[in-house]
Design a protein around this ligand. Structure first.
Ligand code: ZN
Ligand code: ZN
Length: 129
């Protein structure tokens, strides 16, 4: 009888563990996918001015495919400069094929897209504002 009781305990533990894992996996996978996938990411090319959209997944792929942004080499974490902040990764523009497209912000006043962040890391601004 004690053997059966042990089996039941093991079964219950496994059942609970599986349930917990399922919940954890689900919360990890669903949260970002649902939130980001529905939103199209606006991009604008600083070279030819072409404005286009990518899904979140396509944007991540484009960012991975993009060449790494030049960073000052010297020291791992000690040589990090804090002045210009993080530089955005340029994305290949589908119109001119240059790596000069960036995430875009929208000016409601002028109905115009402009790069939210420029190549040097500074904030972009609507050219008409
Ligand atoms: Zn372009
Ligand atoms: Zn404006």
């Amino acid at each position: 009888m004690s053997g059966n009781a042990m089996k039941i305990v093991v079964a219950v533990v496994l059942f609970v563990a599986a349930g917990v894992m399922l919940v954890v996996l689900r919360s990890e996978q669903d949260a970002p996918a649902l939130a980001e996938d529905a939103v199209m990411q606006d991009l604008v090319c600083t070279d030819c001015g072409h404005q286009f959209q990518l899904s979140y997944d396509n944007l991540q792929q484009a960012l991975k495919a993009a060449p790494p942004v030049e960073r000052p080499t010297g020291g791992s974490s000690a040589g990090r400069t804090r002045t210009s902040g993080r530089r955005p990764t340029p994305i290949s523009c589908p119109q001119c094929n240059e790596n000069t497209a960036f995430r875009a912000a929208f000016c409601k006043e002028h109905s115009q897209y402009y790069p939210a962040q420029l190549a040097d890391g500074s904030r972009g601004a609507c050219p008409d504002c």
